[in-house]
Design a binder for this molecule. Structure first.
Ligand SMILES: [Zn+2]
Ligand SMILES: [Zn+2]
Length: 344
């Protein structure tokens, strides 16, 4: 069953669009956040992106090859939604996990840092949250002017102490004293001494910042954990939004593969057969980069962005996998394919 369930906070509705020809549709609520749907004798349990009122009667209609089901979101659902600050703690790359883990180079598996060697490991406030506060009117603190500004200033001034590891959403920053002969710098790039693979960047304060997607985390019980490589692209898109206010990006892999992307929305809670996405991005994409670049004038600035092949491929795979699970009318808009991706 192809479907898209989206939480629409402004109107307090969870809209579920299910592909299917006109026919029987039967709904059974299976708890506050689950729905059993039977369409023309096919049954599926849909995990909803937020809790719905079990007493409110849903509205159902059929149009353009799909059923549209409107459910009333539970009051207060907004405040219980995921916000960017809690995402990092849930992805298995937080302060607690890293305290007892080794960080190794993803390319050669060479040991770079151990949690034990750090005097302290601290979590940074979400880098995504900071970036988004600046650009989107979403999840902003109530006092917009002073508070938000202060937060940004503080955030940018966050520096690790001697021997401290600062853990962000997509990177770790090393305090002095954690520098080892395993890491080499080449101008602004941090490189693995053993295999010369790029690991991260040198910040303006001359600190080493390692991107999680270039690392492997090895826990004390031997479990190995890689960071989602697509997150590199998501982080790049958010910073492009933030610094250039550009929504259309010409994404290129180092190998030459390319894609035109349009960041349509940010901070969405949706569910597809591919899973639940919280605070995700709605992305329009097309492989037909040429006609996007030469679209009629009036098109806004298109920002170029180049990513390592592995990150590009992983990102595209995520977009395509999710797109394939959407009802046709939710997955295409003109020449653009539509998809959703989580921040982490
Ligand atoms: Zn290496
Ligand atoms: Zn939001």
């Amino acid at each position: 069953m192809k479907y898209l369930a989206e939480y629409l906070p402004r109107i307090g509705v969870v809209l579920v669009v299910i592909a299917g020809e006109v026919g029987e549709v039967e709904l059974r609520k299976a708890g506050e956040q689950r729905l059993t749907v039977t369409v023309n004798e096919t049954t599926e349990v849909i995990e909803l992106p937020c809790k719905v009122d079990p007493l409110a009667r849903p509205s159902i209609r059929h149009s353009e090859g799909a059923f549209e089901i409107r459910l009333k979101a539970l009051k207060g659902a907004e405040s219980r939604r995921a916000d960017f600050t809690t995402l990092a703690a849930e992805d298995g790359w937080g302060r607690k996990e890293l305290a007892h883990a080794e960080l190794r180079c993803a390319a050669c598996d060479g040991l770079l840092i151990t949690g034990e060697a750090c005097k302290r490991i601290s979590a940074m406030p979400s880098e995504f949250w900071t970036e988004l506060m600046d650009y989107w009117h979403c999840h902003k603190p109530a006092d917009e002017s002073a508070g938000a500004q202060q937060y940004l200033t503080k955030y940018n001034a966050l520096l690790p102490a001697d021997g401290e590891l600062l853990v962000g959403d997509t990177f770790v920053t090393l305090g002095e004293g954690l520098l080892s002969e395993k890491l080499r710098t080449n101008d602004t790039v941090v490189i693995c001494e053993a295999c010369s693979a790029p690991l991260g960047v040198v910040t303006r304060e001359r600190l080493l910042r390692l991107h999680k997607w270039n690392l492997v985390q090895v826990r004390s019980n031997g479990v190995r954990k890689r960071y989602r490589q697509a997150s590199a692209v998501v982080a790049g898109l958010l910073s492009v939004l933030n610094s250039h206010a550009a929504r259309v990006v010409h994404l290129r892999a180092e190998s030459g593969s390319q894609l035109a992307l349009w960041v349509f929305n940010v901070g969405l809670d949706v569910a597809t057969p591919d899973g639940l996405i919280r605070c995700g991005l709605k992305i329009l994409y097309t492989h037909d980069v040429e006609s996007t670049m030469h679209a009629p004038s009036g098109r806004q600035h298109i920002e170029p962005m180049t990513m390592p092949d592995a990150c590009f491929d992983d990102f595209v795979k995520h977009l395509e996998t999710t797109n394939a699970t959407l009802p046709p009318r939710c997955g295409k808009m003109g020449n653009w394919h539509i998809s959703y991706i989580g921040m982490l």
